[in-house]
Design a protein around this ligand. Sequence first.
Ligand SMILES: *[C@@H]1O[C@H](CO)[C@@H](O)[C@H](O)[C@H]1NC(C)=O
Ligand SMILES: *[C@@H]1O[C@H](CO)[C@@H](O)[C@H](O)[C@H]1NC(C)=O
Ligand SMILES: *[C@@H]1O[C@H](CO)[C@@H](O)[C@H](O)[C@H]1NC(C)=O
Ligand SMILES: *[C@@H]1O[C@H](CO)[C@@H](O)[C@H](O)[C@H]1NC(C)=O
Length: 257
Amino acid sequence: MHSLHFLFALCSFVSAAHLSQSSFDDIIQHVGEPVGSEHVHDGVTMYISPASRPNDSKTAVLYLTDAFGLPLLQNKLLADSFARAGFTTIMPDIFRGDPAPHDIYFDADEFLAKHTTNVTDPVIETTISYMRNTLRFDRIAVTGYCFGGRYAFRFLRKGRGADIGFAAHPSFLQDSEVLAINGPASIAAAEIDTLFEPARRFEVEGMLNQTAHPYQVTLYSGTFHGFGTRGNISIPEQKFGKEEAFFQAVRWFKAWQ
Ligand SMILES: *[C@@H]1O[C@H](CO)[C@@H](O)[C@H](O)[C@H]1NC(C)=O
Ligand SMILES: *[C@@H]1O[C@H](CO)[C@@H](O)[C@H](O)[C@H]1NC(C)=O
Ligand SMILES: *[C@@H]1O[C@H](CO)[C@@H](O)[C@H](O)[C@H]1NC(C)=O
Ligand SMILES: *[C@@H]1O[C@H](CO)[C@@H](O)[C@H](O)[C@H]1NC(C)=O
């Protein structure tokens, strides 16, 4: 009797564990063809990955990329992963056709001088307006990576359009942008990141603590700047960090949507 119970308990434990692992793997995918498509709305190119049941959630994800933008396959695959997690995901071309070239040397100073906040903000404003007024989503969860991480915070400010935010390894994040948030904010940080050093992370934690909003700051060992999108998935710690940072965002959005 006891052993039968034990066996039953063990079987259900094993199958539950198996199920949840495979459902995680079904949601986040690192290889393959993107399933979303590009559209132009109000002069802004957007990669759109619809949730399989778009009407299930009134919340959509606004995905703000790293400097490599829409051409980077991992960005599209991660946007698709958010869609599989239940959120229609909109990824605007925040560089207006002029992203950083991937994997070759580029002049970061020149790139940043071209892509200032006064140039980038209007693209995001147009996207938010499209998400709310045309697609009719009630709430916007913003996820941002590196360059885009800063903008996740900028648009979490009151009246700027986002309701919940997540940023992986944000770069150039300003104090005023952290202090002005008007909704829950979550950060995934890399162990090695010259653009978000430990001392800066602690400062940001202290500022988040001064806001009245829920916050989370999680550090992933064995990771480098960029791991949330470009982590090397053949290295177990980086694969875990990339996947866990993704599920950190999904859990955050579901908890506070
Ligand atoms: C979602 O809702 C809209 C408007 O109510 C409707 O037109 C559309 O067909 C619905 N989509 C699905 C997939 O049910
Ligand atoms: C953006 O601001 C910079 C300086 O802050 C200025 O030189 C530039 O002309 C501005 N660009 C636009 C499009 O307003
Ligand atoms: C947050 O604020 C509380 C109350 O002022 C303080 O006790 C705590 O040490 C702060 N924590 C961080 C991480 O800044
Ligand atoms: C990823 O890591 C593997 C194993 O260390 C290595 O062979 C490969 O070159 C790395 N890929 C990239 C793009 O760095």
